[in-house]
Design a protein around this ligand. Sequence first.
Ligand SMILES: C[S@@+](CC[C@H](N)C(=O)[O-])C[C@H]1O[C@@H](n2cnc3c(N)ncnc32)[C@H](O)[C@@H]1O
Length: 236
Amino acid sequence: MKYTYLDCLALFGVGGAHPGGLQLTKNILAEEKINKETTLLDAGCGTGQTAAYLQQHYGCSVSALDNNSIMVDKAHQRFSSLGLPIDTKVGDIENLPYPDMHFDIALSESVLSFTNATSAIHELKRVLKPNGRLLAIETVLEQTIPEEERSSIVDFYRFPQLLTEDEWLTAFRKAGFQQVDITKYQPTLDQVDEQNAADFSLSKSIDDALLEILEKHKEIMQRNKDKLGFRIFRCS
Ligand SMILES: C[S@@+](CC[C@H](N)C(=O)[O-])C[C@H]1O[C@@H](n2cnc3c(N)ncnc32)[C@H](O)[C@@H]1O
């Protein structure tokens, strides 16, 4: 394949590229105590929809990071056009360019599955203050599936791993999070598309191959709708 699924999201500039979109993000954040003094990291920020909302709605200190420079350029354009003072960096969640114990909250919305989750979670724990919390929306494998099906999913998304809820829980605990609250979230495919529809930032040239990738993504999600699920992990 010429492009990866993540290239496709970046070139289309999909805002809210996680299950539940901005509405789910708002609901999750509403449960947290966030004020002007709160320091917050959006790790794997994509085009910056969540980071912009956080800065506008709460006036808190927001840092946004992604390892895809197209995503970061689009996030930067969004923040500049809205006049938002958001620290924006190209960087790797597995090797975060921030000091230890810096943030009150780290968010990663549909990001960890694309990374070496063990390294990424350890890094997020490192940059959080001792009483900080990690809010993650992640894909989970709901049931055992044949190896061939598993590979077709992980190869398409280039997931280094595809974890069950229990495996995620173990990974968060191993990184030092003592309390992990888990909420199930299972949107319909139509809901996902609707939520993302309003926020695109298209690159100048869009290859037909990218449309094929979007189709393939829909097809994989449809075929595996009982096998892949989503969870919100609140780790402290
Ligand atoms: C599915 S998108 C979600 C983007 C954003 N969180 C959102 O909800 O719109 C996954 C994002 O994770 C980023 N990403 C993947 N691996 C990463 C890594 N190792 N370090 C930083 N960002 C990464 C991708 O570039 C992409 O922007």
